[in-house]
Design a protein around this ligand. Sequence first.
Ligand SMILES: Nc1nc2c(ncn2[C@@H]2O[C@H](COP(=O)(O)OP(=O)(O)OP(=O)(O)O)[C@@H](O)[C@H]2O)c(=O)[nH]1
Ligand SMILES: [Mg+2]
Length: 351
Amino acid sequence: MKIGLVGLPGSGKSTVFRMLTGKHDHLGHAGDVAVLHVPDPRTERLAAIYRSQRVVQPEITFLDLMAVRRGDGAAGETLDLVRLAGDADAFVLVLQCFGDLDYAGNPLRPGSDFETVLLEMALTDLTIVENRRKRLSARGGKREAHEQWEEELLRRCQAHLEAGGLLRELPLSDDEAKHLRGFSLVTLKPWLILCNVAEDDLSGQRCADVHRLCEQRGLPYLDICATLEEEIGQLPPEEQATFAADFGLAEPGRERLLHIVYGLMHVVTFFTVSEKEAHAWTIPAGTTAPAAAGKVHSDMQQGFIRAEVIPFTCLDQIGSEKACKERGLMRVEGRDYVVQDGDVLYIRFSR
Ligand SMILES: Nc1nc2c(ncn2[C@@H]2O[C@H](COP(=O)(O)OP(=O)(O)OP(=O)(O)O)[C@@H](O)[C@H]2O)c(=O)[nH]1
Ligand SMILES: [Mg+2]
């Protein structure tokens, strides 16, 4: 699972990155990558059942992406963002909600920054959709049925984006969503809005308009003071809780952010287990079995035959793979199977 941090210049992306990773010497170069391990107790339990030698906990990768600038539209910088962000599964948008002035010296208006970035994102996708339509129409000749279907789908996407919508708001059939996923459209992916608030405004009173817009558009949001959280993270562990409590913070920012990423951004964890290792993998909800297999190894995706699935809860209750199979609790699933949270997968594939 890869998550891109985006936002206007100086909004605090690199500070959030440092808060998450504890890499306090990180200066914030665009394209920096951090891998976080987020322990899932189910991995240990599976390792005990299968007597695995090694446990590999789920990973989330954060990318410190470049800044989005105002008014670039479809210019080079936005396309760069697509190149960098193309393989991100989801985004965290960092909004500056601290201080009086923004990076350009204008009075701070987080609500309008938010709309600016959304617009840039919509323009990015608009460029992708228009280019694809041009390519389709350049083919000429008689339209095959599937080309007509795609053209109609793209036309709907374009109209929606032109009206200021995000593609994730557009009602799509499973086939349509699957087809569009191939284009790395940024507004189709999950977004979390992170209001980077000031130390004296931890509840985000100054960005109430952002909260309201998020509610209107159905986007998850949270308020975090990244500099304060970074400071807390640098304290000795035994002092961190007391210091955080002084500010009325029940849970460290890193954990709050990760909980939201897992909960609201629809992350699913599946497992592969053998005597060698019990390995947890994190994927976006809606991922099909071959794509999930591709996370383990690209050969497994290419040569995918079928997936044998036992839910974690069955293994946990019954205590052995053999007994689960005897009770008929192992299912055989094909290419269209959407992997569920807690699935223990055994992938059959040809080399
Ligand atoms: N007061 C306050 N300052 C902050 C906060 N978060 C970041 N800053 C300051 O804002 C400035 C920019 O922060 P960065 O994290 O470098 O922002 P960025 O988004 O990575 O910036 P670019 O990479 O240049 O686009 C730094 O001087 C930070 O110390 C915050 O929560 N409160
Ligand atoms: Mg930076």
